[in-house]
Design a protein around this ligand. Structure first.
Ligand code: NDP
Length: 481
């Protein structure tokens, strides 16, 4: 059975404990590889390696770092097929999706930040007649990056690329549930000639090594993407140590469909925004609000399209819905379907585990599920489910739908469907979300600030925001006379 290794000080190494965790293929429900069950001793060695590597890496010019990061991007691109298959096996997502979205985005993340660091600048102010102030933006030192299982390589590289481009050395932890592509990336980094210790990848449990990274006094900044509860715990540990913190957390995203929308576009895109990646994208819409005049028509068409989605072996090209990432997560999703019914919801389609024949007969598949008849404030409509489950709710006017949309503790993303330009601006202005799409979904420009408000997190990733996060400002005031 394949054993994944840690990547510490430029080498692929076993965990000090010698212990491994079973890694499951969600589509088959079978163990297919072993992940290091690392502990704080491995984190300690990784931090030491990162500290040693820091002075040389930090003093390289952005152009020199660009060369290496672009080489990594090229190698990810070279291995696109292989990495897409690995991601699909590890996570359960359709291989076609990993090939079109996850792995190309990992390439783009490295390219974007390799070049962004070259263009990055800082402010300068003249205190007229007296002084010039200029701000240095220097790398922080050793930083920690912790990422989740839903978009494994995509989100892992979204953190480490800006951290490295800004001149930091990194101790990173991918989700223990999906460690494979982070391990394959380690091999690519060795091939690309990334100096030893600049990036260290430690595999294992969040409660052990995630916590060790968060608590380590020499790791001065933490970039975390994951659940709100974990984020709150991390904040409670990091705040007394005055660490810099970027938290990208959960969501319960509304999609607001006005009667004057481009109907076909709204319908098709809502299917994508509800069920892509089995609904396991933090930006997926999970509450669809539909203006009353088109409610029945939209509901019936939406349900029909959801029913037609092809659930299947993630490795088949025709599969649109793959497996849920773990048995535990599948059970959580199904428990919400039970809750929805207890709360008075009607299941219009789906609601059950889907059993395939052959290779995937024990896989963790859940039917795309559409529910109506719930109140906006019930638990099903307030809590993050993070699966292929959406609710439909009619609304009468803007005021009402804004009240519904903003009623949750989260504020990550929202989509608005209308051909009325003034309404689009008005509603976008009033929505409590960090990312708002009008007449689209997941249309990303990497230069834009990305992140949530309320319990969806603090700080923003993307563009120069991430380079600002991963640098320490120092103002120098120079008296003129
Ligand atoms: P978790 O919060 O469970 O885990 C995220 C990462 O943190 C994993 O690597 C996990 O390790 C680690 N971790 C767990 N406990 C600790 C701890 N005490 N200290 C440090 N690290 C820890 O989230 P999931 O992996 O379940 O991811 C799903 C969540 O991520 C959803 O809520 C989703 O909305 C959110 N998300 C947010 C995004 C955003 O941009 N806002 C994007 C994508 C997802 P391990 O896996 O070993 O437990």
């Amino acid at each position: 059975m394949q054993r994944i290794s840690n990547y510490i000080n430029g080498e692929l190494v076993e965990p000090i404990s010698g212990a491994y965790l079973e890694n499951f293929e969600p589509a088959t429900g079978k163990v297919y590889s072993l992940t290091p069950d690392s502990d704080e001793r491995d984190v300690e060695i990784a931090v030491e390696a990162a500290k040693r590597a820091f002075p040389a890496w930090a003093s390289k010019s952005p152009e020199d770092r660009f060369e290496i990061l672009m080489r990594i991007a090229d190698l990810i691109k070279r291995d696109l097929d292989f990495l897409a298959e690995a991601e699909s096996i590890d996570n359960g997502k359709p291989k076609s999706l990993a090939k079109q979205v996850d792995i190309p985005r990992a390439v783009a993340n490295f390219r974007f930040y390799a070049t962004a660091a070259i263009h990055f600048g800082s402010e300068s102010y003249e205190t007229v007649g007296q002084a010039i102030n200029y701000t240095l933006r220097q790398p922080i030192g050793v930083v920690g990056c912790i990422s989740p299982w839903n978009l494994p390589l995509y989100l892992f590289t979204w953190k480490i690329a800006p951290a490295l481009a800004a001149g930091n050395c990194v101790v990173a932890k991918p989700s223990e549930i999906t460690p494979m592509t982070a391990y394959l990336l380690s091999k690519i980094c060795i091939e690309a000639g990334l100096p030893a210790g600049v990036l260290n990848v430690v595999h294992g449990l969040g409660s052990k090594i995630g916590a060790a990274i968060v608590k380590h006094p020499q790791i001065r900044a933490i970039s975390f993407t994951g659940g709100t509860k974990t984020g709150a715990w991390i904040a409670s540990q990091a705040a007394p140590m005055f660490k810099k913190l970027s938290l990208e957390l959960g969501g319960k995203n509304p999609s607001i469909v006005f009667a004057d929308c481009n109907y076909e576009q709204a319908l098709q895109t809502n299917i994508r925004s509800s069920f892509t990646n089995q609904g396991e994208i933090c930006l997926c819409s999970s509450r669809i609000f539909i203006e009353k005049p088109i409610y029945e028509r939209f509901r019936d068409d939406f349900v029909q399209l959801a029913r037609n989605l092809k659930i299947g072996d993630p490795l088949n090209d025709s599969t649109q819905i793959g497996a849920i990432v773990s048995k535990q997560h599948m059970e959580k999703i199904l428990s919400y379907v039970v809750l929805a019914q207890e709360e008075g919801g009607r299941i219009l389609t789906g609601g059950k585990r889907f059993i395939l024949e052959g290779r995937c007969e024990e896989g963790y598949f859940v039917e795309p599920t559409v529910i109506e008849g719930l109140t906006f404030d019930c638990r099903t409509n307030q809590e993050e489910i993070f699966g292929p489950v959406v609710t439909l709710q009619p609304f009468t006017d803007e005021e009402e739908v804004l009240h519904y949309a903003n009623s949750v503790e989260y504020g990550l993303s929202a989509t608005v469907w209308t051909e009325n330009l003034s309404r689009a601006h008005r509603v976008a202005h009033k929505l409590e979300s960090g990312v708002i799409w009008v007449n689209s979904w997941l249309l990303r420009d990497l230069r834009t600030p990305f992140g949530g408000m309320k319990n969806s997190g603090i700080g923003r990733e993307g563009g120069f925001e991430a380079l600002r996060f991963f640098t320490e400002e120092k103002n120098v005031c120079l008296k003129i006379n």
